[in-house]
Design a binder for this molecule. Structure first.
Ligand code: G4P
Length: 284
């Protein structure tokens, strides 16, 4: 399966990000906790090399908690500050506030030594499309925010969202593009719904999902659909189609419909909390 994405936008996006990064102290990078590596663009490490870094394992409510913890340690060992998040939920935002202060304490101390008081921390949210950047900004900024006007000089043309706790967010998130050199990356992003379904062969993709689930999360399909997980992946899809009454005219099984049910239930977490990339695989 050949998954492609909009390479035309990449150069422009990268140039824009290089400019924006000059204005900030901290990069808040959202990754999808179900596919923490595939949903990153490694160029951000080069682009942001002199900045404080915070990784948010977003959509952690949909990912396997054991893997969430493993990924948290994985990124912490690489020197990032890390917080697990469900961006739709305000309750986790306090932990992010604390992590931001922590990640920027060098800057705050430097300011203090120079006699600069209360200069807000400037941050930018970055991530690939659909990872949850807008949702996060809305939840994090909440009602307490006010957009600051353009300031002369450095911030010309930029809008900042001032939070009342000493943090200013650039109101437009930085859009990164995933790395597609490895086809597996494209497939994993497709599985979690970060690539438009209409350009994909959903039936073929559903077979990959079935194969992954029964290997890594043995029993979850059986539990959800009361089907056997034995045989070829297409046998399992066929059994799901039967159980869910997916039929075309003339009693023929409707595989496309069964695949779409499977994806809806997987992506919304109904099948369970599933992580498609495990830390243990990274060193292979
Ligand atoms: P973006 O700006 O990075 O492109 O992403 P956006 O905020 O639009 O979020 C994409 C989808 O992901 C939205 O679903 C949003 O509700 C969902 N989402 C964001 N953060 C979380 C999270 O932490 N947990 C869960 N479970 N979902 C999250 P949507 O509006 O339904 O769109 P779609 O999924 O139908 O595309």
């Amino acid at each position: 399966m050949n998954v492609q994405w909009y390479p035309g936008h990449m150069t422009k996006a990268k140039r824009q990000m290089q400019e924006d990064i000059k204005l900030i102290d901290l990069i808040i990078e959202l990754v999808d906790a179900r596919v923490p590596l595939s949903s990153r663009n490694p160029d951000i490490d080069e682009l942001g090399k002199n900045k404080a870094r915070l990784i948010l394992l977003n959509k952690s409510d949909l990912a396997d908690e054991r893997q969430n913890e493993a990924w948290k340690s994985y990124f912490q060992e690489k020197g990032f500050y890390v917080v697990k998040v469900d961006s739709r939920n305000r309750s986790g935002m306090k932990a992010i506030q604390i992590a931001i202060q922590e990640a920027c304490k060098e800057k705050t101390e430097r300011d203090k030594r120079r006699g600069i008081k209360n200069r807000p921390i400037r941050a930018m949210v970055v991530g690939i499309p659909n990872v949850g950047k807008s949702t996060f900004i809305n939840t994090f900024a909440g009602k307490a925010c006010a957009k600051t006007g353009n300031k002369p000089g450095v911030t010309k043309g930029k809008q900042w969202i001032r939070l009342n706790k000493g943090v200013e967010l650039l109101d437009t998130p930085g859009i990164l593009w995933p790395k597609f050199e490895d086809q597996e990356v494209g497939i994993r992003l497709a599985l979690v719904g970060s690539i438009k379904d209409d350009i994909l062969n959903m039936e073929e993709l559903s077979l990959k999902l079935i194969d992954y689930l029964r290997t890594r999360y043995s029993g979850v399909l059986e539990q959800r659909y009361s089907v056997s997980e034995e045989g070829l992946p297409v046998d399992v899809l066929s059994a799901i189609a039967k159980v869910r009454g997916c039929l075309k005219k003339g009693e023929e099984l409707d595989y496309a419909k069964a695949a779409s049910i499977l994806f809806e239930e997987f992506r919304s977490g109904k099948i369970g909390r599933i992580t498609l990339e495990w830390t243990e695989e990274q060193d292979r």
